[in-house]
Design a protein around this ligand. Structure first.
Ligand code: ATR
Length: 275
């Protein structure tokens, strides 16, 4: 039996175990997937334990995605650019780190985009870990223009500078991004605003939203944030973070097993868990 898992702190709410186990079962693979609660001070031992126990693969979630890189043997170039790892593969005793978050997001966006990525102007709200994965991946794919806005402007500036190595990229204050909203084809909220629906806030006002825009939120609990509801009212196409979650897991599955993941099965089981 091959052993897989996810490490994080906290970890009990992770939907990765039910999703990956459904995929293994559907594909008749003799494999198990476990959620491991790993506090920060045990991260290195957890990685060494993975070697010692012959664990074939792990997902890595908050807060370990950056620090984990110190304990691996090789880092895939995209994960290196992003500066974070969410997937580890053990092959011949060697631990290789990948990042499937940004790619997973791109795969959720492509089916609903009328424009090609190369001709899209993208606004990213937020400049934390989640923003970084999406922004650097989109920049590497060569979006036409990438603008990053954030409550703390200096963090947006730093991320825009990193993205600037790959495509045209700039940072702007939230007020300015709001005023220029018609200039974007895709608007993505990567902040946690919207996760607590009782707090009635939006990452930015959609007053000036243009036509034929995609408005997206990486959140999927709640399934539709206020940001997405208002965008929909204004005629935008909306996309939550569920497909991104399924796709990042499907890409991890492919790295581990070498075969395509049953994405519909995985999505169904996650939807069922979410009620
Ligand atoms: P994650 O890994 O989920 O991206 P993170 O790295 O802590 O988490 O980043 C959180 C992001 O959400 C940041 O862009 C943060 O803005 P700051 O850089 O100004 O802190 C943003 N964020 C979180 N709560 C926010 C709030 N109440 N208002 C505005 N921005 C918020």
């Amino acid at each position: 039996k091959q052993v897989y898992g996810v490490i994080g702190d906290p970890i009990s709410h992770s939907l990765s175990p039910v999703m990956q186990e459904a995929a293994f079962k559907y594909c008749h693979l003799d494999a198990a997937y476990h959620a491991f609660h790993v506090p920060k001070q045990y991260l290195e031992q957890a990685v060494q334990g993975m070697r010692g126990l012959g664990v074939k693969g792990l997902n890595v979630t908050l807060p370990h995605k950056v620090e984990i890189m110190n304990f691996l043997d090789e880092i895939d170039p995209l994960a290196e650019k992003i500066g974070a790892v969410n997937t580890i593969v053990q092959e011949d005793g060697k631990l290789v780190g990948y990042n499937t978050d940004g790619e997973g997001y791109m795969q959720s966006l492509q089916p609903i985009s009328e424009k090609t990525i190369a001709s899209s102007r993208v606004l990213i709200i937020g400049a934390g870990g989640a923003a970084k994965g999406v922004a650097i991946t989109m920049a590497s794919y060569g979006v036409k223009e990438l603008v990053i806005t954030n409550r703390t402007l200096s963090k947006a500036e730093s991320l825009a500078q990193d993205c600037g190595k790959y495509t045209s990229s700039a940072a702007m204050p939230i007020g300015m991004a709001q005023a220029k909203l018609t200039e974007f084809d895709i608007i993505i909220n990567t902040t946690s605003i919207g996760m607590t629906p009782d707090i009635d806030t939006m990452p930015l006002s959609l007053e000036m939203l243009g036509k034929n825009v995609i408005v997206s939120d990486l959140i999927y609990t709640p399934f539709q944030t206020r940001f997405l509801l208002e965008a929909e009212k204004k005629g935008a196409k909306i996309l939550n973070g569920l497909d991104m979650f399924v796709n990042q897991g499907a890409l991890s599955f492919k790295y581990w097993t070498g075969q395509e993941a049953p994405r519909e099965i995985m999505k169904d089981v996650v939807m069922k868990e979410l009620g």
